[in-house]
Design a binder for this molecule. Structure first.
Ligand SMILES: *Cc1c(COP(=O)(O)O)cnc(C)c1O
Length: 447
């Protein structure tokens, strides 16, 4: 499969180049040249298949031309070592729980898949296309304000031939988040930068541009716009459809499943992968993008104008994005047509006060504990479902990741899952550095 850039000015890339480079030379996002339709028979019997079987069929459609079948199967089965179940919250509203992975958020799926695909390329090509460095280890540099670092670090943990450097701003991530990437050891190094998130990001960018450093070691990024991180997220939408179909059959309802998929969105990578699934034939009737107060996409749907602005801080902080990167992919996918986009996707935007109220009401009415991101999704379905429709919203993170906030709002004591508690018991290991690039470079050169 070939990949082109949404900006249209970069050379066409193969999968390996798209994965290793992440962003195209013209700073556009890579898009697969074709989106394969899956046959009707696949959907007719999808409820008889397991999550992993379904995921492999979807993976094969995207990556089958570039990765040997057995290897791809192993990558998929290894990635999905946990379930993404659909759980009923109340009549006609279900949640797709995406928090059963190692760091309790949906980003685990993409990060785990990318790590394994990168490892495959390292082993299957004489020169993995990251320059001329003599050391064959591939070094992943990732700057994080919290959640990305943990998903990437855990996704790559113990993967042979890859070393990860997580750069984070000292004192500016929560203890829970910090514990998820500083206690791992092995091939993960946490770098605590005396600065803010933007300083961490600048260090990473400078490292990619430094010739001497790139001669010394192979560098790559694991940004969320990477095709190997975003496409695999389609897996759980196909599985959600299968499990809903199974559900409805058991209840012997009529078979006309009018499914509405509602995705709490920030950078729009997650919903974009669902839209790719739809383009492959996944029978979802329509989509809702649920936003917090950062309402750029919501405004676009209303006005046809895309106007990025500075992000504002909210309770659902993983969705505090003022210029969602993946808008470019959605725009491209629908031929830049506002009409096509707004007829398939609707929007919602909620203030912190509305998020709090929703979390409280849902807990009181149904006993289900929402996290602040999932709350936007739940509310959008509650307000937006039409007669005959059944809604599924993504719970993008476990409420325990936001324990203090959630406890305060619902007046409860959210139980911390054992795998999260284990991180918090771990011994913190980190390297402290200034925000000066020469310090960071000297550190990397000494490795
Ligand atoms: C990253 C994240 C989101 C936003 O997902 P996008 O793909 O950026 O739209 C939502 N909720 C949680 C918990 C996240 O970590």
């Amino acid at each position: 499969m070939k990949y082109y850039s949404t900006n249209g000015k970069a050379p066409i890339a193969d999968l390996q180049k798209a994965v290793v480079k992440g962003l195209a030379e013209d700073r556009g996002l890579y898009m697969p040249e074709r989106i394969k339709q899956l046959p009707k028979e696949f959907f007719d019997t999808i409820e008889t298949k397991s999550f992993q079987e379904i995921a492999y069929t979807v993976a094969d459609a995207f990556f089958g031309e570039d990765v040997e079948a057995e290897a791809l199967k192993k990558i998929v089965y290894d990635t999905l070592s946990f379930d993404c179940p659909v759980v009923k919250v109340k009549d006609n509203i279900y949640t797709l729980e995406l928090f059963h992975g190692p760091t309790l958020a949906f980003k685990d799926v993409g990060a785990r898949f990318m790590a394994r695909l990168l490892q495959y390329f390292i082993h299957h090509s004489s020169e993995c296309c990251c320059g001329t460095a003599t050391d064959q280890t591939v070094n992943v540099l990732v700057a994080t304000s919290g959640d990305t670092g943990s998903a990437v670090a855990n996704g790559f943990l113990g993967v042979d031939g890859i070393h990860v450097y997580v750069l984070y701003p000292k004192g500016k991530v929560s203890n829970i988040q910090e514990s998820q990437f500083t206690t791992l050891g092995k091939n993960i190094t946490a770098v605590e930068v005396d600065g803010v998130f933007d300083d961490c990001q600048a260090l990473v960018k400078n490292a990619f541009m430094d010739e001497e450093l790139n001669q010394h070691m192979k560098l790559t990024s694991a940004n969320s716009i990477n095709v190997a991180r975003f496409l695999p997220q389609a897996f759980y939408y196909f599985n959600a459809y299968a499990r809903m179909k199974e559900n409805i059959k058991i209840k012997k309802c009529n078979n006309d499943l009018q499914l509405v998929m509602c995705v709490p969105s920030g950078n729009f990578g997650n919903i974009c992968s669902a839209l790719f699934g739809h383009a492959m034939g996944l029978p979802i009737k329509r989509f809702i993008a649920a936003n917090n107060a950062n309402d750029i996409f919501y405004k676009y749907l209303q006005t046809g104008k895309y106007e990025p602005k500075a992000s504002v801080q909210t309770l659902a902080n993983a969705m505090d994005v003022g210029d969602p990167s993946n808008f470019a992919r959605i725009y491209d996918l629908y031929g830049k047509s506002h009409e096509r986009i707004s007829s398939l996707i609707s929007g919602a935007t909620y203030s912190d006060a509305q998020i709090e109220k929703t979390m409280r009401q849902c807990y009181q009415e149904t006993g289900y504990t929402l996290d602040p991101h999932g709350a936007c999704g739940y509310r959008a379905l509650q307000e937006g479902l039409k007669d005959g429709e059944i809604g599924v919203f993504c719970e993008t993170a476990h409420p325990a990741k936001f324990k203090e906030t959630v406890d305060r709002i619902i007046g409860g004591d959210v139980e911390i899952p054992e795998r999260l508690a284990a991180f918090m018991r771990g011994q913190k290991q980190s390297i402290e550095l200034s925000k000066d690039f020469e310090d960071f470079k000297a550190f990397l050169m000494s490795r």
